[in-house]
Design a protein around this ligand. Structure first.
Ligand code: PLP
Length: 462
């Protein structure tokens, strides 16, 4: 499989090259040159298989050529062995046909572990084979950073630097990033918000001297390998509810559009998904856009669902690429307009987006109310991100189609909001109950490209 850029001006790469690079050199995002399709029989045969076997069958067409079959199977096995649930992504029933897909049984209690644990193993195998090393820099609103640190800590071919917005992540998220003692792990608290961190990261990738000098690699959700790992649980969940013989819909608490874009690819691969519902908090650029108001940046307002506090949703570029009929130059032009505040989506592209996507937005009060309601009516304590999905999903649920809402984080990752809403304190799973006693290691740093690049250059291992 070859990989192409959404902006059409970067060289085609193999899966391994696209994974190690992250962002394309024309500023675009990598996508497979063709989306592989699974037959209805192949999808039906997934029912009842272990998660790892489903993962292999769904991802293999994307990676073959870069990894050997047995090698890739072993990578998948190592990626998910540290999860606290044998099903990896279990389904729970909320009411007659609304289900929660629990994606928080990995080492850092959020869905990002699914992709990051896989990427850690993929990088290790690929870099070992090449005798090479890389510097991974990631920007996080909280969960990506902890998942990346957990996936790459202690690997000798990799240094990891994580930029997070100072004071804007939960204490559990911060501690998961600042307490690992491994010397290849560097947590940077940036004076700014998540969009500032993400912009600084993009600028580093576009500074080719720096990029080549430190062998920069990205593991943000712009990395296609992340999206790929997330396609798998759409299949595992849908087949356990009767796909391909029955359609299902998904609601996804959305920030950077990576998770829901994986659902779009699952649909294009042949999985009978009826609707893909984007659920946002008050930072609602995606909901406004899908409601026909254009894609215009606002100001990021901190919320109780901080992992969705963003205004520029980087993976949306991938959806736009398909909505604009795979026209890279049209996408490049939109992204230029975005630098000046935003753009209107053409009528044809809006129609294409609406074929797959719906959207909804929740206020802070509605989010708290949903946490309380879900505990009272379904006996489930949900995190604030998941609560947004649950309410938006309920609003979009059709009687004859099961709705599956992605439970993106464990409630104990956001204890303050959960306790405020429900009166219950969500305990951490016992395997990480000493998190509050471990000592922290973090550098506070200005939101300034030169300062950040200097710091990284001085702290990578020789
Ligand atoms: C990252 C994250 C999201 C948003 O996912 P995207 O792929 O960025 O849309 C939602 N909920 C939680 C808990 C997250 O960590």
């Amino acid at each position: 499989m070859k990989y192409i850029s959404t902006r059409g001006q970067a060289p085609e790469l193999t899966f391994e090259e696209a994974m190690l690079t992250g962002l394309a050199r024309d500023g675009g995002l990598y996508l497979p040159a063709e989306i592989p399709v699974m037959s209805q029989d192949e999808i039906a045969a997934l029912a009842g298989l272990p998660y790892e076997e489903i993962a292999f069958r769904v991802m293999w067409p994307y990676v073959s050529g870069s990894f050997a079959e047995e090698e890739f199977k072993a990578i998948i096995a190592r990626a998910y062995e540290g999860f606290g649930h044998d099903a990896r992504a279990p389904l729970k029933q909320l009411n007659e046909n609304h289900f929660l897909l629990e994606l928080f049984h990995g080492p850092t209690l959020a869905f990002k572990d699914f992709a990051m644990q896989l990427i850690g193993q993929l990088f290790q195998v690929a870099l070992k084979r090449r005798g090479d090393r890389v510097t991974i820099v990631g920007a996080t609103s909280g969960d990506t950073g902890s998942a990346a640190i957990e996936a790459f800590r202690g690997l000798d071919a990799v240094d990891v630097f994580i930029l997070f917005p100072h004071g804007r992540v939960s204490e559990v998220q911060r501690r998961q990033m600042t307490t690992p003692a491994d010397s290849n792990v560097h947590a940077l608290a940036v004076d700014g918000d998540f969009d500032d961190c993400q912009a600084a990261l993009k600028d580093m990738f576009n500074d080719f001297d720096f990029r080549d000098g430190v062998k920069l690699a990205g593991v943000n959700s712009i990395n296609f390998a992340r999206v790929l790992a997330q396609i798998v649980y759409y299949f595992s969940a849908a087949v356990s509810l009767g796909a391909p013989h029955r359609k299902v819909s998904f609601t996804v608490p959305t920030g950077n559009f990576g998770d829901i874009f994986a659902g779009y690819l699952a649909k294009r691969m042949g999985l009978p998904i009826d609707r893909l519902v984007v659920a946002t908090n008050q930072n609602d650029i995606l909901h406004r856009c899908l409601s026909g108001e254009g894609y215009f940046k606002g100001e990021t307002i901190p919320s109780i669902s901080p992992s969705m506090d963003i205004q520029v949703s980087s993976n949306f570029e991938r959806a736009l690429y398909y909505a604009y009929g795979e026209d890279g130059s049209a996408v490049a032009q939109l992204m230029d307009e975005l630098k000046n505040g935003g753009f209107n989506v053409s009528q044809g592209a809006m129609e294409a987006l609406r074929e797959s996507f719906d959207s909804g937005r929740m206020s802070e009060d509605e989010t708290l109310e949903t946490i309380k309601h879900t505990l009272a009516h379904s006996a489930e304590l949900v995190c604030p991100h998941t609560a947004i999905g649950v309410k938006v999903g309920e609003d979009h649920r059709a009687a004859d189609t099961p709705m599956i809402t992605l439970a993106t984080a464990h409630p104990a990752k956001f204890p303050a909001a959960v306790e405020k809403a429900s009166g219950e304190h969500p305990p951490l799973p016992s395997r990480m109950s000493d998190l509050y006693e471990r000592s922290e290691r973090v550098t506070r740093i200005a939101n300034e490209l030169g300062t950040l690049e200097d710091h990284i250059r001085r702290h990578i291992a020789e």
